[in-house]
Design a protein around this ligand. Sequence first.
Ligand code: NAD
Length: 263
Amino acid sequence: MDLTNASALVTGGAGGFGSATARRLAAAGAKVVIADVADERGQALAKELGNGSVYVRTDIMDEASIANAVKTAAELAPLRAAVVVHGGPPPPGSKGAARVINREGQRLPVAHFAHYAYVYLTSAYAVTSYAAEAMAKNAPLADNQRGVLINTASIAGFEATPGQVPYSAAKGGIIGMTLTLARDLAPLGIRAMAIAPGTFLTLAYSGKNMSTEELQAKWGPTVPNPKRMGDPDEYARLAAHIVDNDFLNGTTIRLDGAQRFQA
Ligand SMILES: NC(=O)c1ccc[n+]([C@@H]2O[C@H](COP(=O)([O-])OP(=O)(O)OC[C@H]3O[C@@H](n4cnc5c(N)ncnc54)[C@H](O)[C@@H]3O)[C@@H](O)[C@H]2O)c1
């Protein structure tokens, strides 16, 4: 997919994976819509890219906000690539990951599960479907190609650590919908792919009051080779390759240095 005279949308575009991906897609020629709620980081990145890329405040919990980000991208230039790589707010009142039945014998509330399913799966469908609708209106390029969608799963969608049922279910949902999306959208010349990262040094980790050295010491040994956390640019390079390579379609690629979670 040639990104010359095209736009690209990156949700979570000011984050670790998102900003690295925005840089790669801008370098490939796209005007990038950086869709995020981190105004300062988003605006700084748009200024850094300086090629007509823009920051659009976008809350993935709000469908109208997602529709607006897609519309903005399509108005900049034909939307040819959408990369869904946002985080989201934790469930209200929750302390984070928890087992289905905790030590006190209490059940993880259904609302907690539903919240994670919305943040990591339903919102991804929302971005994907709005983006596909816009791409369907594009003039086709070579081989009838109109656009490409990239969702972000996780190795937790294949095998997860305890206490992550809602997250692993949502990420498993991303893996499950990728081939169906590709089949549904094939007649329109729109591809659908997903990336399942292992443990990467993004803001999700660096925001946890640990130094880079401490994080690498904790997570590096869990990766067989290379023995370190992933670099967000390694995600971005794969995303840029997926955009470029029209024969990649309908599958989820693990990007994890052979990391596997132990039960
Ligand atoms: N970092 C990892 O090791 C890892 C591994 C597997 C999967 N993932 C997935 O990668 C994705 C991105 O994570 P990351 O590691 O780059 O984290 P990150 O914290 O670096 O980036 C996430 C971005 O999402 C934004 N965001 C938060 N709430 C939002 C909202 N309501 N609307 C729009 N944007 C919002 C944040 O402001 C941030 O810029 C997530 O889906 C995560 O599950 C990460």
